[in-house]
Design a binder for this molecule. Structure first.
Ligand code: NAP
Length: 282
């Protein structure tokens, strides 16, 4: 029950009504009997500066940030974690007692934990990353950190892929033309295929970054960051080939758990959060 003592966190984005995060976090607060509440905070275009300053003015303890504001919030924060600085995007804000706003990015943690939970060890392996937006930057940051030997980025806009490669300045990272034939060829020597684009996301559920007439190599692990639907067309294609799959839902859970722990200082009740997510999508 919300009362005069309730502490607030929220989701800054636009739109926010389809988000699964309120259900996941509110279930977690209830499970460990914290008098906290997580509310959607849809911010109209052009109002992001006011919204960020409003967080401390209204006594919020923190926020998540989603599309389209993960980069736009940065100029209005007082401090950035090393991850969010390197990635150039923030998905979690902590409002300190002094009112200081600190930006974090829990997506790399979510990404690495999802790989780990699936039993995939990236050390010395090769990866393909499709996309070069905020999620791709988090995935590339994570893959470099966990010892991936080579990462090839494919993006529709080649300049954006160039920018990503330049930002990380790491010889293990390169880009290639976004063309199915080039991806198929590259996949022969690759262990991990990561989709960081919204291709396949509801309502575009019949689409995939992999062509339908070519089986996905069985030796691949396929990680689709899209979580709506949970089983995307890409993951169905991978399963049909017998390849190992990782759903974006796992990453959503893990990045959320990390944000929960940053705000509250308490261990996230993962099973409860997972149950709440499952309930939302069934
Ligand atoms: P973003 O910054 O807008 O980047 C989107 C990327 O996808 C860009 O590289 C864009 O290419 C590419 N793209 C978009 N539509 C495409 C199309 N039709 N064909 C080919 N490429 C296309 O978005 P984001 O923040 O990275 O998020 C991307 C996806 O990841 C979303 O579906 C989001 O829900 C998901 N995500 C999931 C989690 C999780 O926890 N599971 C976390 C973060 C993000 P151009 O540069 O050419 O435009």
């Amino acid at each position: 029950m919300i009362d005069g003592q309730t502490q607030l966190v929220g989701l800054i984005g636009f739109p926010t009504q389809h988000s699964l995060s309120p259900a996941m976090h509110n279930a977690a607060f209830q499970a460990i009997e914290l008098n906290w509440s997580y509310v959607p905070l849809p911010v109209q275009p052009g109002r992001i500066k006011d919204a960020i300053f409003g967080l401390s003015a209204l006594g919020f303890r923190g926020a998540n940030v989603t599309i389209p504001y993960k980069q736009a919030v940065i100029p209005f924060l007082h401090e950035l974690s090393p991850e969010s600085r390197k990635i150039g995007a923030v998905n979690t804000i902590i409002v300190e007692k002094s009112g200081l706003l600190v930006g974090h990015n829990t997506d790399p943690f979510g990404f690495i934990t999802s790989l780990h939970e699936a039993g995939f060890d990236s050390q010395g392996k090769q990866a393909i990353v499709i996309g070069a937006g905020g999620a791709a930057r988090a995935a590339v940051y994570a893959l470099l950190r966990i010892g991936t030997k080579r990462i090839t980025v494919f993006n529709r806009d080649p300049d954006r892929a160039d920018n990503l490669v330049a930002a990380f300045a790491d010889e293990r990272l390169c880009k290639a033309e976004l063309n199915p034939d080039v991806i198929i060829k590259e996949a022969r020597d690759t262990h991990l295929l990561v989709n960081t684009t919204p291709v396949g996301m509801w309502p575009d559920v019949d689409n995939s970054i992999w062509p339908d007439n070519v089986p996905i190599p069985r030796h691949l692990t396929v990680f689709d960051l899209v979580y709506n639907p949970v089983e995307t067309h890409l993951l169905q294609q991978a399963q049909e080939s017998g390849a190992r799959v990782i759903s974006g839902m796992e990453m959503l859970l893990q990045q959320g758990a990390a944000a929960f722990e940053l705000w509250t200082g308490k261990k996230a009740p993962i099973a409860t959060m997972q149950g709440a997510l499952k309930e939302e999508v069934t």
